[in-house]
Design a protein around this ligand. Structure first.
Ligand SMILES: *Cc1c(COP(=O)(O)O)cnc(C)c1O
Length: 356
């Protein structure tokens, strides 16, 4: 039989999370963000569970084309716009909404030979300082685009650097206000954090990503525990070996863990080559047979060790949840100094995925 590690995706949870988003932002339309292959879940597997969305947002042409080939006829927003002028014929063919964040893109749009004009999202840099025009440039850019025969509907977009903090959007909102002055334009500003926590930033279209997959934009599960959001991905495996340690015995590479007393320990078929973080410290939560215990020793490529002291009944073949419904991905991530986003995106190709 095959190796027991598997990622199962709860499509009902995904649908429910979209409903939670809709009730958080009842007057806005929703771009469901499915970049990075739907945050590691697989666009092809999950998109139809989200077909109640108003649009999909992502940034790879291949992923946009896949959605069109699967039959999605609604809007697709390319969050970073075209990367090269010669992407534009594909934008035209597949009817993609492009973001525009740099001057070279204006020229490229101006010069493109398109069959029909494209919808454009004009990006304001509101303080993230990655992409976008500064607020003082927006008026000129807007007029230039407005005058182009290749441009249809226009929306002002921005992306917050710090929306998980209560006072994290005041300054960016002032910049966006400055940029929008006199434009009477639709706006799309809110990522997951702003969708949940800053209703004043909702406007016409919100752009939630991480909350659709049931993890917290702040990295803390506690912050969304009462929101109705449900984890979509469960990474599970089984115990494939049991060791009885004597005091002084060590576990795994580098002998990082040393037993203080007699201790039963299980080896789980899951390692960093599956996407489990190698730097998970002792005590990173793991569910064994429904009981919470902790990882011990260094995570290896294909295996990790867990303390079986709290679950003496566990043995070979006992089911293990690495993250999912019970062990929140945010809790694993925070132990490892990262966020749920990174862990879900890093799920390895070799892990079989099933949808339920
Ligand atoms: C990734 C992304 C989002 C979604 O962010 P979450 O924090 O996952 O909700 C929204 N807008 C832009 C431009 C993005 O790049």
């Amino acid at each position: 039989m095959s190796r027991p590690v598997v990622a199962s995706l709860d499509l009902q949870a995904l649908r429910q999370n979209l409903t939670v988003v809709r009730s958080a932002a009842p007057d806005s339309r929703v771009w469901s963000v499915v970049k990075a292959n739907a945050y590691g879940h697989g666009i092809d597997r999950i998109w139809s569970a989200l077909n109640d969305t108003d649009g999909f947002a992502l940034l790879n042409l291949e992923e946009a084309i896949l959605l069109r080939e699967r039959g999605w006829k609604g809007p697709i927003l390319m969050l970073e716009g075209f990367f090269h002028a010669d992407d534009l014929p594909l934008y035209d063919q597949y009817r993609l909404t492009t973001s525009v964040h740099s001057n070279w893109q204006l020229k490229a749009l101006q010069n493109a030979k398109l069959n029909a004009p494209l919808d454009v999202y004009v990006k304001v840099n509101s303080g993230m300082n990655r992409l976008g025009f500064t607020p003082d440039k927006i008026h000129t850019v807007w007029q230039q685009l407005r005058a182009m025969k290749n441009v249809s509907d226009m929306t002002l977009m921005s992306h917050f650097a710090d929306a998980e903090n209560p006072d994290g959007i005041a300054e960016p909102m002032a910049k966006i206000e400055q940029a929008a002055e006199g434009l009477d334009c639709p706006r799309s500003l809110s990522n997951s954090a702003a969708t949940l926590w800053h209703p004043e930033a909702h406007f016409d279209w919100v752009r939630p990503g991480i909350v659709l997959y049931g993890a917290s934009p702040s990295g803390k599960w506690q912050d969304i525990a009462n929101s109705g959001l449900k984890p979509v991905m469960t990474l599970s495996s089984e115990i494939i070996a049991v060791q009885n340690l004597k005091p002084g015995d060590t576990v795994g590479y580098g002998r990082l863990y040393k037993a203080q007393q007699e201790q039963r320990m299980g080896i789980v078929a899951c390692g960093y080559a599956d996407g489990y973080p190698r730097n998970a410290p002792d005590g990173t939560p793991v569910l064994v047979d429904g009981i919470r215990t902790g990882a011990i020793g260094r995570v290896s490529m294909d295996m990790l060790a867990v303390d079986l002291t709290p679950c003496p009944q566990a043995g070979i073949g006992t089911p293990v949840e690495l993250w999912g419904k019970e062990i929140k991905i945010d809790d694993v991530a925070s132990r490892c100094g990262t966020v749920g986003y990174e862990l879900m995106c890093a799920l390895a190709l070799r892990v079989p995925v099933v949808t339920v």
